[in-house]
Design a binder for this molecule. Structure first.
Ligand SMILES: Nc1ncnc2c1ncn2[C@@H]1O[C@H](COP(=O)(O)OP(=O)(O)OP(=O)(O)O)[C@@H](O)[C@H]1O
Ligand SMILES: [Mg+2]
Length: 251
């Protein structure tokens, strides 16, 4: 078993990402903001977790810390069983590429690449062979109904308004639920929209850098792989503003 494979496996107890006593502080000149104040939370394999809470309560900061995009002052983050504290940036980047995916409100697709090239790029970055990456990218496009648009650039994909509008948000949410049900993929969604949060298994509520509520809406059914399937592993959805407010999805 290679190091990277071991790295991308989940922890023994079925937890895919976990924060323990997480503290995160931002300094803006003289001003210090305590963005996370001792957050402890574990997300289990196959869960869809919605994070809610008022603007500035620390939702985005938590996602950034859970995915290794941001450092933290104290506490610990375990992603796919690996501790992020003290891990090099290169190693974190590799772990993120192998074990997680992101859906950004603004998509963040590379405009000069076709749909299939955008999808296969992360696979090539972690060392997949060209032919294998192309085949997996096409399979994933097939899964999301975009196989016949593989050669189109982002600007040529229908409905490419640059942001997740409410219709897209609903479709993305449907896709999340079906990927979760079919592949057992884990999702963490930041949203301001109650109708989005209601489709999660669990709602975490944050206030002032702390988790103040943890509500289970549906039992967790565990089947299917957590990591390493063609469609990727844990998906951390950031900036669910499209899911935000009445318009629907994305954070
Ligand atoms: N780069 C930064 N520098 C300084 N302060 C920051 C930075 N990013 C976030 N903060 C502060 O940290 C706190 C938490 O911010 P965060 O963006 O995590 O909130 P949020 O819950 O995602 O809010 P929103 O719903 O508006 O997206 C806020 O007080 C914010 O002003
Ligand atoms: Mg935010």
């Amino acid at each position: 078993m290679s190091a990277s494979r071991r790295m991308a496996s989940q922890s023994e107890n079925g937890t895919v990402v976990e924060a323990r006593g997480l503290w995160k502080r931002y300094r803006l000149g003289e001003v210090v903001v305590e963005a996370l104040r001792g957050v402890s939370v574990a997300v289990g394999r196959g869960e869809i977790v919605a994070i809610m809470g008022p603007s500035g309560c620390g939702k985005t900061t938590l996602l950034h810390c859970l995915s290794g995009l941001d450092d933290f002052e104290a506490g610990e983050v375990l992603l796919a069983g690996a501790s992020l504290g003290g891990m090099s940036d290169d190693w974190k980047t590799e772990l993120r590429a192998r074990a997680t995916g992101f859906v950004f409100q603004s998509y963040n697709l590379l405009p000069v690449l076709s749909a299939v090239e955008n999808v296969e790029l992360p696979l090539l970055l972690v060392g997949a062979r060209g032919r294998e990456a192309r085949q997996r990218a096409l399979e994933v496009l097939e899964q999301v109904g975009l196989r016949n648009r593989a050669a189109h650039r982002p600007s040529e994909l229908s409905g490419a308004t640059g942001n997740l509008d409410s219709e897209m948000a609903r479709e993305v949410l449907d896709l999340i639920c079906s990927l979760n049900a079919n592949n057992g993929q884990t999702f963490v969604i930041v949203t301001h929209a109650p109708h989005v949060a209601r489709r999660a298994h669990r709602i975490l509520r944050m206030a002032d850098g702390e988790i103040v509520g943890d509500e289970r809406l549906a039992p967790l059914v565990l089947d299917g792989p957590a990591f390493g399937d063609a469609a990727g592993g844990t998906s951390v959805l950031r900036g669910t503003s499209a899911l935000r407010g009445t318009s629907a999805l994305r954070g």
